[in-house]
Design a protein around this ligand. Structure first.
Ligand code: ARG
Length: 585
């Protein structure tokens, strides 16, 4: 089923063509939600935008559009306001019919995208032998949400974990382990990630201060790259070790990912450099091979380079991304590639995309987008650290959220004099804790930094996961209290919208598909959060104002349907954010 907005746009397109001829076909009719309810539900500014083109006054253009609009079934008589705004109000009977139509639909009226695309979402992507940090957590949560929405819209999504599993860090680590803990290089499970991270730090110190060590480490990297068995085996063990640790976090967060790390592209790196050379794009600078970027300069005004081969002959992060981009287009047939990383990498991606375009690696019909996000800050507004000043471990962070959610629940149970099983308490704590962390991240405009606060994210009021879960639970409570089976409300249910709160809620429910189309385009999950938050608020207003179980029969059924539709919209919307609902809490 097409959304109200979509239907209105079509009606406007037809009216424009009838009124002004075929050159109007394809003109954006500029229909949007009304900025204020006193202007109705939707509004179009198209008349003003056409004055030059048509050489007429906007009010007279608006008049002609309105005369040709075929919307009597859908809207009250359109109003022309001010210089030529067209204001539209949807008729309650039409809203009722639209709700009845989505009531039977599992997708709640959300259409699939036509045609579906092959989309790669490159997200999470931690580095082997290093701890996964809060930046990776953001990438994981945002990337997963984007992937879920694209999947729901019917796209063929490949979720790729571009882990940092290649490069100098392994030379260092292997050399150091050969000295201090050789078993780790031959026996599986000899280390855990905590050891690996601290060993990595020590190895780095040796690397920086000892020339001989540095030399050996470099040789190990060469051995690794040329596929020497011993080194490869050690490398693989180290990767497995990290992978297991990462998996623990992914399982807790319910994240599905396909690992295809940097090492995968190793065989294609020299080809990238050769092709850049053939295109005449390569220049040498201080022994390194680079492509100088257009439009990127430093303070002194010198052009900035994208380095693709270092002076020691090694390839780097950018070379790998160029190889990955080519592979994803040629072998994965991607139509769109989405990269989710912190905004600190914006220049890197801008450089990679520019070079890919200039080198003809990137056809016109393929879209590449960097989806940047800001930093996670502590409550003091500085970069998030533990009390002792160390980087926060993700495992600890999730534990704490779950722990606090559990405590909050226990004190609430005490207040309400309710008793629940340990199993219940345990489960609610887990779900609410993880949901809260995810929602706190997704509900921010991702481009800004955000302050991490357990108290705020677990608050029952405000734009938080618990508030949303409550609205859902409230509806399930109605069904329990009234012994209602929402799937079986009877034949020929009539939805009746009379009260203002019912109309407002109904109109909001019908906007879900517009929001999803918007998130699919702009890749801003907070838009969906805002929508769901508004939905919860509107439902609560409806619930405060309109009796449900006590209402007379036909009204009662109608209100139950409205409640059920709200709950289903919440559940679907939250699931697209990667957030699980609870039936009781
Ligand atoms: N491993 C990188 C990091 O931790 C992120 C990789 C992002 N993806 C990419 N294709 N470069 O910063």
């Amino acid at each position: 089923m097409n959304s109200l907005l979509y239907q209105l746009k079509n009606h406007f397109n037809e009216a424009l063509v009838t009124a002004f001829g075929t050159e109007m076909a394809g003109v954006d009719p500029l229909v949007v939600l009304a900025s204020n309810p006193k202007f109705g539900d939707y509004q179009s500014n198209v008349a003003m935008s056409l004055t030059k083109k048509l050489g007429e006054k906007p009010r007279s253009i608006a008049q002609k559009i309105v005369e040709n609009l075929n919307i009597t079934e859908m809207c009250e008589a359109p109003e022309i306001a001010g210089p030529g705004f067209i204001n539209l109000t949807i008729k309650p009977a039409y809203l009722e019919a639209q709700l009845s139509a989505i009531e039977k639909d599992d997708r709640l009226g959300v259409e699939t995208a036509q045609p579906p695309q092959k989309v790669i979402v490159d997200f999470s992507s931690p580095n082997i032998a290093k701890e996964m940090h809060v930046g990776h957590l953001r990438s994981t949560i945002i990337g997963d949400c984007i992937a879920r929405i694209l999947e729901f819209r019917g796209h063929d999504v490949l979720r790729l974990n571009h882990v940092g599993d290649w490069g100098t860090q392994f030379g260092m680590l292997i050399t150091y382990l050969r000295e201090v803990y050789p078993e780790a290089l031959t026996t599986a499970d000899a280390l855990d990630l905590g050891d690996l991270v601290s060993l990595y730090k020590k190895a780095k110190i040796r690397f920086d201060e000892d020339e001989k060590f540095k030399e050996t480490a470099r040789e190990e990297v060469v051995k690794l790259q040329s596929g020497e068995e011993d080194t490869r085996h050690a490398w693989k063990l180290l990767c497995d070790q990290s992978r297991r640790e990462f998996q623990v976090i992914y399982d807790r967060l319910d994240i599905k990912l396909n690992e295809r790390g940097e090492s995968f592209y190793n065989p294609f790196l020299s080809g990238v450099v050769e092709d850049l050379e053939k295109q005449g794009l390569l220049e040498e600078s201080d022994g390194a091979m680079c492509v100088f970027l257009e439009g990127f300069t430093n303070k002194a005004g010198d052009r900035l380079p994208l380095i693709v081969q270092k002076s020691d002959g090694g390839y780097n992060y950018a070379t790998t991304d160029l190889a990955a981009l080519r592979y994803r287009i040629a072998s994965d047939s991607a139509d769109r590639i989405v990269y989710v990383t912190d905004s600190g990498q914006s220049n890197h991606f801008a450089g990679v995309f520019q070079v890919a375009k200039r080198a003809d690696f990137l056809p016109e019909n393929v879209e590449v987008v960097h989806v940047p996000f800001g930093l996670v800050l502590g409550e003091d507004g500085k970069k998030l650290k533990t009390r002792s000043g160390e980087t926060v471990k993700l495992r600890d962070l999730l534990d704490e959220a779950v722990d606090r959610a559990g405590k909050d629940l226990k004190s609430r149970l005490l207040e309400e004099d309710r008793s629940e099983s340990d199993e219940f308490i345990d489960n609610v704590g887990k779900v609410v804790g993880i949901d809260a962390v995810k929602y706190a991240d997704l509900s921010q405009n991702r481009t800004s930094d955000y302050k991490f606060s357990y108290d705020k994210m677990l608050d029952l009021k405000g734009n938080t996961a618990p508030y949303m879960l409550y609205a859902y639970v409230r509806v399930q409570g109605i069904s329990r209290k009234g012994n209602i089976d929402f799937d079986n409300l009877g034949e020929d249910i009539k939805i009746i919208l009379q009260e203002e709160e019912e109309l407002v809620l109904a109109k909001h429910i019908l906007q879900l598909s517009d929001i999803l189309v918007e998130v699919e385009r702009d890749l801003l999950p907070n838009r969906l959060c805002d929508y769901l938050y508004e939905l919860s608020k509107k439902y609560n207003q409806f619930y405060d104002r309109c009796t449900v179980l006590q209402a007379e029969d036909t009204v009662k059924t109608s209100r139950l349907v409205l409640s059920d539709l709200t709950a289903r919209t919440l559940k679907l919307g939250l699931s697209l954010l990667g957030i699980q609902v609870l039936e009781r809490m």
